[in-house]
Design a protein around this ligand. Structure first.
Ligand SMILES: C[S@@+](CC[C@H](N)C(=O)[O-])C[C@H]1O[C@@H](n2cnc3c(N)ncnc32)[C@H](O)[C@@H]1O
Length: 295
């Protein structure tokens, strides 16, 4: 998993070595990654990718980067390596209550509006919420905490929350529901006291979500570049935040079209605050900052 804060040295300062990728091999890997996952790999990512692939060398018992590239690019090792390669190059930065205005809108505006639609999602049938690039799960678990909290103070909202991602390591972390203590800082105190349990291991301070929160979310592997998504086509809410930035315009349009096909009319699409989709041809209208309603 790539840390967005990994250093990015100047291209001109590079020296070829057995511990680095040649330009040709980097480009070949970049093409494979973009075709498979949609993630653009400009030259500025080369050092970051090298850093991440060094761990794969150790796991595979390969002596250097050249041996890794021969294994993956020339000797038929790609199929067996694809999952780990993609895990290595994804950026999984996430937080609980990230871009909190979205969650305020969800609870204060979107859910009340959805509950007035035919079949009254949340009442007559479960409200269907999909976090389509959920990383380690903070986004769907934030929704779970908010819905559980609402149930404790008012009428419960029936719900089904699904989190999907391409990164298998991130999904494993999501399923465990265990997070570094630092991530708990983003959880408002009343929610933290109700829904987070502190580990007793002071050497490795973590928090774990309480079972009702963990049990509220189902997780699954899904590459949004796949031609078909095995998901309901009447989702009430789709979160697709902080992923479009990794795709080029054509891929963004293609993926968003497909996601819109999984939203019911009147359903909501949330994208990241720094992501613009207003100039795209999509069956949605904007109703808030990075918030759209399916027409
Ligand atoms: C920066 S995280 C965003 C997580 C969360 N949505 C948020 O805003 O906090 C981007 C996520 O997109 C996932 N991703 C990248 N390409 C993907 C693809 N083709 N299909 C599904 N997920 C993908 C990455 O694995 C990563 O977990």
């Amino acid at each position: 998993m790539i840390d967005p804060d990994d250093p990015q040295p100047e291209e001109g300062s590079r020296r070829p070595s057995s511990d680095t990728l040649s330009e040709r091999d980097f480009v070949r890997l970049a093409v494979i990654i973009e075709r498979h996952a949609g993630i653009r790999m400009p030259p500025s990512k080369r050092t970051m990718v090298e850093g991440r692939l060094r761990r794969r060398l150790r796991v595979l018992g390969l002596p250097d980067m050249n041996a890794y590239c021969r294994h993956v690019l020339d000797d038929g090792g790609l199929d067996g390596e694809m999952v780990d390669l993609i895990d290595a190059v994804t950026t999984n930065k996430t937080d609980f209550f990230r871009e909190i205005e979205h969650f305020r809108y969800l609870m204060g505006t979107a859910i009340p509006a959805l509950s007035r639609l035919p079949h009254r999602p949340g009442q007559d049938r479960p409200l269907k919420i999909w976090s389509a690039a959920c990383s380690t799960g903070a986004e769907p678990y934030t929704v779970a905490m908010l819905l559980l909290d609402r149930a404790s103070t008012g009428a419960p909202i029936r719900h089904e929350i699904v989190g999907t991602d391409i990164c298998t390591e991130a999904l494993a972390a999501a399923k465990s529901g265990v997070y570094p203590l630092d991530m708990a800082k983003m959880v408002p105190a009343p929610f933290a006291s109700r829904y987070l349990m502190r580990s007793r291991d002071d050497g490795n301070p973590t928090v774990r979500l309480v079972p009702p929160v963990r049990q509220s979310v189902r997780f699954g592997h899904l590459n949004v570049m796949d031609p078909v998504y095995p998901m309901a086509t009447d989702m009430d809410v789709v979160f697709f935040r902080n992923i479009l930035i990794y795709f080029d315009k054509k891929t963004q349009q293609k993926v968003l079209e497909k996601l819109c096909g999984h939203l019911r009319p009147g359903g909501y699409l949330f994208v990241g605050h720094s992501e613009t989709i207003t100039n795209m041809d999509l069956p949605v209208k904007q109703v808030g900052s990075a918030i759209f309603v399916r027409s």
